[in-house]
Design a protein around this ligand. Structure first.
Ligand SMILES: Nc1ncnc2c1ncn2[C@@H]1O[C@H](COP(=O)(O)OP(=O)(O)O)[C@@H](O)[C@H]1O
Ligand SMILES: [Mg+2]
Length: 330
């Protein structure tokens, strides 16, 4: 299935919100992965489907330790949570040190993300640099999308970042991901968004023009858990739909119209791992990457084995019956 990563060069142009917008509007079920190397913030943004807070466990902190031993395709969703509105999310790491320390595990994760049954994966990679730990996930994406504000400083930093990233990706030869660019600008300032993208593409003609996402503060509040009425009528969502159309076109029918593959065909048998509970210890030795088995805090202290089994069972049931994509984030 498809793997799409969003990143920024500097500042906070709106990578997290744009990733959430795309994940919510995507034509197939999606898993939204918070891979921001400076520490994830999805956790703080949205409540869970039950109205309680999302929690640090399960998430990347419980999944990454398992990646040391290879990951089976089915295990990823066991570490996800369901946010308000029905979006499956994999909450991120706490610190940039964890992201750097776990760099060697990201390729295994990338492989597992591509094999999540019936689900495309949207990655919020946050600010990306050539030495970012999460780069080894990002560079295995089908499409890597830079997010800029239609402002000179934001555009300049993106040009500098693309100079480095295109060199890094060039070393991958035929496996290099395609790069696209989307600009955020005010509803009345589409021309500025077009010229921001055109300025970057003058230096990088292979970068895909993915158009504009509207800066539309009122509906954007839904990505902070606030109620928003009729979001589908807003410029934010309309521009989001156009972005999704462009992304689908860029990925091509081979990726997007494939309605899912047989798990057994896509699973690399060399990475097969017996199913294990989120946070379950799988090794004896102190790991070299700094992330203890089960995450830094270990399994949640108040989660007994029975509760963990029940939570895992619930996640598995959802995975087996992926719900229809719901837009509302109420
Ligand atoms: N399309 C948008 N319309 C209005 N405000 C937005 C939009 N996208 C992001 N924002 C706001 O911009 C700020 C940064 O967004 P965020 O997604 O957290 O950026 P990043 O992930 O790049 O740091 C937040 O306050 C967010 O609410
Ligand atoms: Mg962010």
């Amino acid at each position: 299935m498809a793997l799409i990563s969003f990143f920024s060069a500097k500042g906070a142009p709106g990578v997290t919100s744009t990733s959430m917008l795309v994940a919510a509007l995507w034509p197939r079920p999606t898993l939204l992965v918070d891979a921001d190397g400076n520490g994830g913030d999805l956790l703080m943004r949205l409540p869970s489907a039950s109205g309680l807070a999302l929690t640090q466990h399960p998430g990347l902190l419980t999944l990454l330790p398992l990646a040391r031993h290879g990951l089976s395709s089915g295990v990823v969703l066991d570490h996800s949570q369901v946010a308000l509105g029905g979006q499956q999310v994999l909450v991120g790491l706490e610190t940039s040190e964890q992201a750097e320390a776990s760099a060697a595990l990201w390729p295994t994760l990338a492989r597992a993300f591509r094999e999540v049954p019936g689900t495309d994966v949207v990655v919020d990679a946050g600010q990306l640099a050539a030495r970012s730990g999460q780069l080894s996930l990002v560079q295995r994406s089908d499409l890597v999308v830079g997010v800029v504000r239609a402002e000179p400083a934001s555009v300049m930093h993106m040009r500098e970042r693309l100079t480095v990233l295109t060199q890094t990706f060039a070393a991958l030869g035929a496996d290099a991901p395609r790069i696209g660019l989307v600009a955020l600008s005010g509803v009345q300032r589409q021309d500025e968004a077009s010229s921001a993208v055109a300025t970057v593409r003058a230096d990088f003609p292979d970068v895909l023009d993915l158009g504009q996402v509207a800066l539309d503060p009122r509906p954007e509040r839904m990505f902070h858990g606030d109620p928003v009425s009729r979001p589908e009528r807003t410029m934010l969502v309309r521009s989001g739909r156009s972005l999704v159309e462009r992304l689908v076109a860029a990925l091509g029918p081979a990726v997007v119209l494939d309605t899912g593959t047989d798990e057994h065909e896509t699973t690399d048998p060399t990475t097969e791992d017996p199913p294990s509970a989120p946070g379950a210890a799988t090794g004896q030795e102190e790991p070299a990457d700094g992330i203890p088995e089960g995450g830094p805090a270990g399994p949640a202290p108040d989660a007994g084995a029975g509760e963990q089994d029940a939570a895992q069972g619930e996640r598995r049931r959802r995975r087996e019956r992926p719900g229809k994509k719901r837009w509302t984030l109420r």
